[in-house]
Design a protein around this ligand. Structure first.
Ligand code: PBG
Length: 311
């Protein structure tokens, strides 16, 4: 009766890492309980998520080194894994929203989110590519385009391109407050970037010591047309979730990233606590901080726990 916030399945977005049918099926290193999904498996995940009341899935592709290139050509291919999965899900389970990561890191042979020339990320050339990538993803059926690259000016460019391309109805979820974080470690394994990434992403992702900078990024992205903003990672950055929600009043999404999942799952495996109880506590804290939705690797499991009257 006195609880100030609630956690319900409608708050949860399931993160799904896609793999090609012929890629090995095993678990993602350091993420016990998480496997990559083929396009067919993603359809099953979509059906399950939809039945539980989840509003959306956030999809990410694993790409082998042989399909990566300096110019990230595969990002613009309407037949790529992200596009095939979206078409299959929209055909079989149209009730669920689909969120696409817009960034080049699954497709570049150097693992960066942008084009790299002589050790420097090319902002404007990357924005041009991201804009075309967003259009390809919109065409495939994604409802929400979520640029996670942190280039400057990409929200305005993508918004304009979507509007002019006949996709005025698509939403932009901007990764506005995205830190250069070690907590992305398992994800880079999951999408095939580990060992590929040259250097780090600190010239375009944020310094974990900064807060004001994040608020400036949100102001810019909202002015450029973002419908929703993301704070990422989640738990170590809950202050930013609260400040963004309080300061801007825009739909605020938090990403409980791969390393956070690893911490919870590995600690539970070591007997530190029960995964279900700790996992639900962590998700409830996102809601307390003000998150409207949470992207999580165990969103479906959490929705099952929340929906089970026996618990
Ligand atoms: C990059 C991207 C990253 C994640 C989602 N999109 C990692 C990075 O910036 O290197 C991380 C997600 C996670 O750790 O769960 N486009």
């Amino acid at each position: 009766m006195t609880a100030e916030s609630r956690l319900v399945p409608e708050d949860l977005i399931q993160a799904v890492i896609l793999r090609e049918d012929d890629a090995p099926a095993g678990p993602v290193p350091a993420m016990p309980g998480i496997a990559r999904a083929t396009a067919d498996e993603a359809v099953e995940i979509a059906r399950k998520a939809s039945a539980l009341g989840l509003p959306a899935l956030a999809l990410f592709p694993q790409t082998g080194p042989e399909h990566r290139s300096a110019e990230a050509q595969l990002a613009l291919d309407p037949g790529n894994l992200m596009c095939r999965a979206a078409r299959a899900i929209k055909a079989e389970a149209p009730g669920i929203g689909l969120i696409a990561d817009v960034a080049l890191d699954p497709y570049t042979d150097h693992g960066h989110d942008g084009l790299l020339r002589e050790g420097v990320i090319l902002n404007d050339e990357t924005v041009e590519l991201l804009t075309r990538q967003a259009l390809v993803l919109a065409e495939a059926g994604y409802d929400v385009l979520a640029p996670s690259d942190m280039m400057d000016g990409r929200i305005a460019a993508i918004r304009t391109a979507l509007d002019e391309g006949g996709y005025a109805d698509r939403l932009i979820l901007s990764y506005a407050v995205k830190y250069a974080s070690r907590f992305y470690g398992p994800y880079r394994d999951a999408i095939g970037s580990r060992g590929v990434l040259q250097g780090d992403k600190r010239t375009y992702q944020m310094d974990p010591r900064n807060a004001e900078e994040g608020l400036r990024e949100v102001a810019l992205d909202v002015a450029e047309g973002a419908d929703m903003v993301m704070v990422k990672p989640g738990l170590p950055y809950l202050d930013m979730v609260a400040r963004v929600k309080d300061g801007f009043g825009v739909p605020t999404v938090a990403f409980q990233v791969s390393g956070e999942y690893a911490m919870l799952a590995c600690a539970a495996e070591a007997g530190a606590f029960d995964f279900e109880a700790a996992g639900l506590e962590a998700l409830a804290c996102f809601r307390r901080a003000g998150a409207d939705a949470i992207v999580s690797y165990y969103a479906i499991r959490a929705a099952e726990w929340l929906s089970d009257p026996a618990r």
